[in-house]
Write a protein that binds this ligand. Structure first.
Ligand code: ATP
Ligand code: MG
Length: 435
């Protein structure tokens, strides 16, 4: 008999069908029992009333793998819910031990460490599944949007000889007789690629040896990478990022509607124009919005509290989950960021803040060899470690710009998760390498 999925049973009313899945729950009475079966689409109540069937489930535990044959009928007192009547059950693979955590509840009241330590099991929880389905829909939407805009997907390497971003957040790995570094971003490779394809994207792993344990930092993260040639003004690249985000949010609201409902989350539409302010303006807004309590005006960067305030400000004044902050100081940005023409201390760079934290960074890039090499040296990068990258700038690189958006941070902001680990299936951080 062909297997039917839980959300298809209404179409088979009155006919015998087979379901396959896991025991979500059982309720056993004297002459009959309910077995709730879970498959990848949802839950179905199966009614068992033959003595030999009741015997089979006497000692079974939840999460046992089963097959059930029965007849879909409308559940008593319900217009839309169906159950499987007169069911017979086959135990395909019984659970061997008592589960270490209870997962068949709407809300798992587990602390984050217990949730993550038991991830192979907790991922089966219906709400947990919804989170990761949305995470997948987001990535599919990113890919769909990019392909619709004539952008070529590429696959950067992650084992490198040197740093791509500067800084000391690099993992060193033993690579035969040498040491190698794990990639911090696909930055250098996406820039190289625009010389061929003009527009490239990647969904790429990045590794950052960040020792601090914050609610938004992982040591292994993923980035939505994008780079585009023949762009020399910041509005053009921000428009592209804005439309990328709009497409992704719309896709999640439609394709992920059922999962968002399971999670009880309503997502704001992306406004026609995402608010855009310079970092200097943002610091003034932060100062005002906090009644002078948060003063970043003399700081070279946005503080985490400043980002939180800017997120709240965008929501309050523009009904937007997103805000762009532009023109960060040179000393806070990576060496490849282009210097601003009017103010040499600034760069043509930007961040996107969502909710209350950074989800993306980008800039117009330097596209001339001498300036780029000099800028790397000023940032303490030995040009010989990025020679292949630098050299391509001798051979005709157009003006270009791009962004890197955190895949996990995007989902975190969208689902309003307090901690990025909640939306990362198997997170890696300073304290966690398993499961
Ligand atoms: P932050 O200032 O928040 O540490 P960053 O400016 O160092 O981030 P970028 O180099 O701009 O990060 O990387 C692009 C995007 O990748 C970030 O905006 C963020 O969404 C994501 N990202 C960067 N580092 C991490 C990390 N350690 N964990 C999770 N996501 C990250
Ligand atoms: Mg950044």
């Amino acid at each position: 008999m062909e297997r039917i999925l839980s959300d298809e049973i209404a179409q088979h009313q009155g006919k015998q069908i087979m379901l396959k899945g896991w025991i979500y729950n059982t309720r056993i009475f004297k002459d009959f029992a309910f077995v709730i079966l879970r498959d990848r689409r949802g839950l179905v109540q199966c009614v068992l009333n033959k003595p030999e069937e009741l015997e089979k489930i006497k000692d079974v535990q939840v999460e046992t793998v089963i097959e059930v044959i029965g007849t879909p009928i409308k559940q008593q007192g319900s217009e839309e819910n169906y159950e499987l009547a007169d069911s017979s059950i086959k135990i395909v693979n019984p659970v061997m031990e008592v589960l270490p955590v209870i997962i068949n509840k709407k809300i798992l009241d587990l602390n984050l460490d217990t949730l993550l330590n038991n991830r192979p099991l907790t991922i089966r929880n219906v709400k947990q599944q919804a989170i990761f389905r949305i995470h997948g829909i987001a990535q599919q939407a990113y890919r769909d949007f990019m392909l619709s805009r004539d952008v070529v997907e590429f696959f950067p390497p992650t084992i490198l000889t040197g740093s791509s971003e500067g800084g000391s957040e690099l993992f060193t790995v033993k690579y035969f007789e040498k040491d190698a570094k794990l990639s911090q971003s696909a930055q250098l490779y996406k820039q190289i690629c625009i010389g061929a394809f003009e527009r490239v994207f990647a969904i790429a792993k990045c590794f950052r040896a960040e020792k601090y344990a914050t609610s938004r930092h992982l040591t292994e993260a993923t980035q939505y990478e994008f780079e585009m040639a023949f762009v020399d003004n910041i509005d053009q690249i921000l428009d592209f990022l804005q439309e990328t985000i709009r497409f992704m949010v719309t896709a999640i609201k439609t394709k992920g509607a059922k999962d968002l409902k399971t999670l009880g989350i309503e997502i704001l539409d992306v406004p026609p124009t995402i608010p855009k302010v310079t970092m200097k303006e943002a610091q003034e807004i932060v100062f005002k919005e906090s009644d002078g309590k948060q003063d970043d005006r003399l700081e070279p960067d946005m503080s985490p509290e400043g980002e939180r305030i800017m997120g709240a400000w965008a929501k309050k004044t523009h009904q937007s989950n997103y805000v762009f902050i532009t023109h960060y100081p040179k000393k806070k940005r990576a060496f490849y960021s282009q210097q601003n023409a009017e103010d040499g201390t600034l760069t043509d760079s930007y961040d996107c803040i969502a909710g209350g934290f950074e989800i993306a960074s980008g800039a117009i890039r330097i596209n001339t060899y001498d300036t780029l090499r000099q800028s790397a040296i000023e940032k303490g990068i030995d040009p010989s470690t990025i020679e292949d990258y630098l050299n391509i700038f001798k051979y005709g690189m157009p003006p270009h710009a791009g962004f890197g958006m955190g895949v996990e941070r995007f989902t975190q902001s969208l689902l309003e998760a307090a901690n990025v680990r909640e939306v990362t299936m198997f997170p890696r951080d300073v304290n966690r390498l398993t499961p």
